[in-house]
Design a protein around this ligand. Structure first.
Ligand SMILES: [Zn+2]
Length: 174
């Protein structure tokens, strides 16, 4: 496994036997403290833990500021380890593991999660029950998300539905 910094793309840790595709994301120390400083003044609402639905708070680029316990349990994530990661990385989207990284691959233009976060951040208008999907290593997972602006440019994303993985559609010649 190679652990790569989500932000500066530096290799944090590499197992010599790791395959190129065997990538996980984290934050290197300088980047983690950069985000801690950047987000220190932002009130991250504690109430998300009281919500019955799985919720993340992201910045306008889809970087995770906070995830509630419900969502962490649902996707099997370590909440602390997702701080500063992109949502795609936190959800283990396979495209986020490509060399270009989350948000920069050809697939990312069609990513409804990313587009929804960016739209809500830009317009300040909520979006309800947007159909999206996530390509995980186990297959394609269909989901529905709602997103609304929270304070200070934060976007609150609620996972309304999360399906079971199904086989990926056959690639044409991509
Ligand atoms: Zn870094």
């Amino acid at each position: 496994m190679r652990l790569i910094c989500s932000y500066c793309r530096r290799v944090i840790r590499a197992d010599p036997q790791a395959r190129v595709t065997d990538v996980s994301h984290g934050m290197c120390e300088p980047c983690a403290s950069h985000f801690q400083r950047l987000w220190a003044g932002i009130p991250v609402d504690e109430y998300i833990d009281d919500l019955a639905s799985p919720v993340i708070l992201t910045d306008e680029d889809g970087r995770v500021l906070a995830m509630n316990g419900k969502l962490a349990a649902l996707i099997g994530a370590d909440r602390k380890a997702t701080f500063g990661l992109t949502a795609g990385e936190a959800f283990a989207c396979v495209h986020s593991r490509l060399p270009e990284g989350c948000g920069r691959t050809v697939h990312c233009r069609e990513c409804a999660v990313r587009r929804t976060v960016e739209t809500v951040a830009r317009t300040g208008q909520p979006r309800e029950r947007v159909a999206a999907y996530l390509d995980s290593k186990d297959g394609r997972i269909d989901l529905r998300i709602s997103a609304k602006p929270a304070k200070a440019g934060i976007v609150q994303v609620k996972i309304e539905e999360l399906g079971e993985p199904r086989p990926l559609p056959k690639k044409k010649d991509a």
